[in-house]
Design a protein around this ligand. Structure first.
Ligand SMILES: Cc1ncc(C[n+]2csc(CCOP(=O)(O)OP(=O)(O)O)c2C)c(N)n1
Ligand SMILES: [Mg+2]
Length: 512
């Protein structure tokens, strides 16, 4: 077997079954090796941001890594923004980056670059493979690293000759490091803090937002009276049905302050201590109000679920009881606004839906409206690098072929990685894309307004998406996705029902 065949066999044995790819000449031996391995599904992305964002969405839903296949430094660089989101999400991802044949590097051919320097900031683990003989072991290490601590980004650079040369046999899977157990005294301290008398807040993140984590958190809330919150942009949260409802920390500093005000104790369970999204003059970075005692029960890479269960036990909480779901909104009518659009989606999303929320300024009213929807998962833009939504939806649909995926998608952000629509069509993915066409970078206008600036020509030009307006129906059609534009809540409901009923991808342009 050559290096490429040993790489694919080693990865397959370790449980990888999907390769999101945009290959070039230096990856051709790997493409040939995939030809001979039916257990791995090859999925083409037409831009590397689609490839890496799909791997992130896949990892969040499958809870195991996909492989990405990327072309040298420039190909990797195109995928960095969504690897940044994946790193922030704690998603397991195995990047395989082809490089020039080792003896060709000194020739400084056009595609030569410093791949390691590009990869390091978004990779928890990075290795440059040197020989075909090392390759199976390097791959086994990469997969184990990606699966460690709940999820990490592992990047392996593989020269073309190492893919072609004779390698040894594939290597058996290596054990990942488990999430770190939380010490008993840390649990005791958190219990003490929540028992302390004043109102408590339990701020949940990472695996604390899984169904098991939420049920344990519900027990903690029942025993202590604390409120349940999650961070601004959770990687994945289970919601709806009989799960305890969780408030989401507000985006702007004053909204976050409101969420946390009045708390006597703040216990972090899988979430970092909250900070403002940007540095606003006169506003401290930390969002923890003065006088609130902060306790870290568990960090994102810890075993948050076990820590929450132990905390509930320490508080003497009874076993988890199903929460009474809040009311689900009825149908909306009239013009489309963030409120009516969110209401329509919350009213119609089916049981088991995966909602990828990159709707930015349109999505706020959707969150409370959907608390009473049937059980579903929500994925959000963890690292703030826009262009995550459509690729995440691709990956989620590949990971969960039996669940409907709904991409609630802001228009400007959607245009960063619109090529993902083609992959949805190519792979017949069951995704309904709801594009929130406000035809502007609306959030940037809000930020400009907050800063007190008087908008001038540049502010207008650099935040407008009209003139010409993007024709999403034509754009979707060009990528092979049937689409429709709607202007009222009733039309949106009709188009959403069609998208959810018919197989394959659909796009609905919501004219807001
Ligand atoms: C990779 C990247 N580039 C640029 C930005 C800056 N940015 C943040 S939001 C935004 C525009 C968002 O507009 P849209 O997606 O239409 O959402 P809306 O604000 O209209 O709801 C931009 C350009 C970013 N966050 N990430
Ligand atoms: Mg917009």
């Amino acid at each position: 077997v050559n290096g490429a065949q040993a790489l694919v066999a080693t990865a397959t044995q370790a449980g990888l079954s999907v390769c999101f790819a945009n290959p070039g000449t230096t990856e051709m031996p790997l493409v040939e090796a995939l030809d001979a391995e039916p257990a791995v599904r090859p999925v083409l992305g037409l831009f590397e941001g689609v490839v890496t964002g799909a791997a992130d969405g896949y990892a969040r839903m499958a809870e195991r890594p996909a492989m990405t296949l990327l072309h040298l430094g420039p190909g990797f660089a195109n995928g960095i923004a969504n690897l940044h989101n994946a790193r922030r999400a704690g998603s397991p991802v195995v990047n395989v980056v082809g490089d020039h044949t080792t003896w060709h590097r000194p020739a400084d051919a056009p595609l030569t670059s410093d791949i390691a320097s590009l990869a390091r900031p978004v990779s928890h683990w990075l290795r440059e493979n040197r020989t075909a003989g090392d390759l199976p072991g390097d791959v086994a290490d990469a997969v184990a690293e990606a699966c460690s601590d709940g999820g990490r980004i592992a990047t392996l650079v593989v020269p073309a000759d190492c893919q072609q040369d004779e390698a040894g046999a594939p290597v058996r899977p290596r054990s990942p490091r488990a999430r770190t157990a939380v010490p008993a005294e840390t649990v005791r301290a958190a219990a003490e803090a929540l028992r302390g008398g004043g109102p408590g807040v339990l701020l949940l993140g990472a695996s604390g937002l899984s169904a098991d984590g939420l049920r344990a958190a519900g027990r903690v809330a029942a025993a202590s009276g604390c409120r349940l919150l999650c961070g601004k942009f959770p990687a994945r949260i289970e919601r709806g049905g009989d799960l305890p409802a969780v408030e989401r920390l507000g985006y702007f500093p004053e909204q976050a302050a409101k969420s946390l005000s009045g708390a006597a104790a703040l216990v972090l369970a899988g979430e970092r201590s909250p900070v403002t999204f940007f540095g606003y003059p006169g506003t401290p970075s930390s969002e923890v109000p003065d006088g609130v005692a902060e306790h870290r029960l568990a960090g994102p890479t810890d075993d948050v679920v076990a820590a929450l269960e132990e905390l509930a036990d320490a508080l003497g909480a009874p076993p988890a009881a199903p929460a009474a779901p809040p009311a689900r909104p009825g149908p909306a009518s009239g013009p489309l606004t963030p409120a009516t659009a969110g209401q329509v989606l919350a009213a119609l999303q089916p049981e088991g839906a995966v909602v990828v929320d990159e709707a930015l300024t349109t999505s706020a009213p959707y969150w409370p409206a959907s608390a009473g929807a049937p059980r579903h998962s929500v994925l959000t833009i963890t690292g703030g690098a826009i262009g995550q939504g459509l690729p995440n939806a691709v990956g989620a649909a590949v990971a969960c072929p039996d669940r409907p995926v709904i991409a609630y998608q802001a228009d400007g952000s959607g245009l960063y990685t619109a090529q993902a629509l083609w992959t949805m069509a190519r792979e017949s993915l069951d995704v309904t894309v709801l594009v929130c066409a406000n035809r502007s970078y609306r959030i940037l206008r809000a930020e400009l307004q907050r800063s007190g600036a008087t908008p001038g020509r540049a502010s207008q030009t650099l935040t407008s998406l009209s003139d010409p307006a993007v024709d999403w129906v034509a754009l979707a059609a060009a990528y092979g996705v049937p689409a429709r534009q709607v202007t009222t809540a009733e039309e949106m409901a009709d188009a959403l029902r069609t998208g959810l009923t018919e197989p394959g991808p659909h796009l609905v342009e919501l004219l807001l």
